[in-house]
Design a protein around this ligand. Structure first.
Ligand SMILES: [Zn+2]
Length: 475
């Protein structure tokens, strides 16, 4: 990292810790999880902007957790396909009705949107940080029995959580889209709970075009359930916090902090499950101190603030490719993560612009390289040049791996840069070892021992993704 003058005041949070990632150390100590998952909610309707890019610091937080706690870490994206795609008023009652992205575009349409706006960005972040990611849509999430059972549990205790979740009215909105056309009452004016049993809940509602309908929710897959934002977060977080071997960490923009106090109040009222750890990422602010809002500026309600560059509002305006944009964001977030007092604060567009102008990219900069972690015994073999074949399964972010690209292998703070000479794809580890030769994968270990070790790392479902033999040479 080059020298950048970055001055941040001290604060209580930063004063209490050495590294920003120490925020989750209490839960790491208490639970000793096998895996830490950094969970990010992502809007799917629009390209990333500076605010979303800062929240996607989740990749770097995962990398920091892996280093600090020697634990596996991944990023989980919740794609919010329940966001309203269109809103209409009922001509008689003037109640608002909405249809979600899922109901308007279908599963294929939503997948297409995620691929168009986010996939390349995530793949590039995964390459740069060596952190794998998963995407789950809200539609998939609400269909899981654990989520639906938790929803029914909270319905039975609605009186204890209605005020934290809806502090002004005490009415918690529940949207159950019409099974015929997919539209739902936005504020649930005519959605009523009629019967609540141990494992089911019956509701009635009125569709603006189809008329009254009845819906029975059970834990099994069935009618779609969409919840007001705070309520949805409560149900989702209670499911995630109950997962046994995984520590799920919620990563959110700093503007979420007050809302999370309400979610925490609902957690406390329900007893039993503690709320999951949360990390609030730095916000991008305008000169007035308001959050940088793409829609306010786009609709010309506010002029672009001082220092705002087109790429801050729309990443595709970046002067360079996606990898180059991601490298710049990784540089910026690493700078913020270098000290908790630089991370637990916010930045104006003017300050981000100043920081970015100090980033030097010279022709002598090292080539862009994928980051891959290795156990010590394998790292030493690669570093000495004795191991020339690295084995991986075909994760999504490796599908474009090709000869001529670079891989930076890492073990702790040691790194070793290599160039990809050849990539071969196989259907099984057996086939790969037969053709590549076990001595090229590991000169110190017999074939059967290698096979057993690889299968300890990758289960049969992972092997079924396809096996990659990556021939490398030291640079
Ligand atoms: Zn309808």
């Amino acid at each position: 990292m080059n020298s950048v003058e970055l001055i941040s005041p001290n604060n209580v949070t930063a004063n209490a810790m050495i590294r920003a990632i120490d925020m989750i150390r209490p839960q790491i100590q208490a639970q000793r999880p096998a895996l830490v998952a950094f969970c990010v909610g992502t809007q799917i309707n629009g390209t990333p902007h500076l605010g979303t890019s800062l929240v996607q610091a989740a990749f770097l937080l995962a990398a920091a957790a892996r280093r600090a706690f020697s634990v596996e870490a991944v990023v989980r994206f919740g794609a919010l396909d329940n966001a309203p795609y269109d809103i209409q008023l009922d001509p008689e009652t003037h109640h608002a009705y909405q249809i979600t992205y899922h109901h308007a575009l279908g599963t294929d349409g939503v997948t297409e949107l995620i691929d168009k706006n986010y996939r390349a960005f995530f793949d590039s972040l995964a390459d740069a940080t060596g952190i794998d990611y998963e995407i789950e849509t809200y539609t998939e999430q609400q269909s899981i029995p654990a989520f639906r059972a938790e929803f029914l549990r909270t319905q039975r205790q609605l009186d204890t959580i209605r005020w934290p979740l809806s502090p002004s009215h005490g009415i918690v909105h529940l949207r159950l889209p019409c099974p015929a056309c997919g539209w739902a009452e936005k504020r649930a004016e005519r959605t009523k709970l009629t019967r609540l049993a141990d494992a089911s809940g019956a509701f009635t509602a009125v569709c603006t075009t189809c008329g009254p309908y009845e819906i029975t929710v059970t834990p099994e897959a069935g009618p779609y359930i969409d919840l007001a934002t705070l309520y949805r977060n409560l149900v989702k977080e209670r499911v995630l916090a109950a997962e046994p071997a995984t520590l799920n960490v919620m990563v959110k923009g700093g503007d979420w902090a007050p809302g999370c106090q309400l979610v925490d109040a609902a957690f406390a009222a329900l007893h039993g499950i503690h709320s999951p750890p949360r990390i609030f990422t730095p916000m991008a602010l305008t000169d007035t101190g308001a959050k940088l809002s793409k829609s306010l500026i786009r609709d010309n309600k506010l002029p672009p603030p001082p220092g705002a560059q087109p790429w801050m509002l729309n990443a595709t305006e970046w002067n360079g490719g996606i990898d180059d944009y991601v490298d710049a964001m990784v540089w910026l977030v690493r700078l913020m993560l270098s000290n908790p007092k630089h991370f637990y604060r916010s930045y104006t567009t003017l300050e981000v612009n100043r920081l970015m102008s100090t980033r030097s990219v010279t022709p002598t900069s090292p080539p862009r390289a994928r980051h891959m972690n290795l156990y010590r015994r394998y790292f030493d073999l690669v570093a000495s040049g004795r191991k020339t074949i690295e084995v991986r399964v075909q994760y999504a972010n490796l599908r474009n791996l090709a000869a001529g690209q670079y891989i930076r292998f890492a073990c702790g703070t040691d790194e070793c840069l290599t160039r990809v000479v050849r990539v071969a794809r196989y259907t099984s580890f057996d086939e790969m070892l037969d053709i590549e030769g076990p001595a090229n994968v590991n000169p110190d270990s017999p074939r059967e021992e290698q096979l057993a070790n690889i299968r300890r790392i990758y289960n049969p479902e992972k092997e079924a993704l396809g096996v990659l033999a990556i021939q490398i040479e030291r640079v």
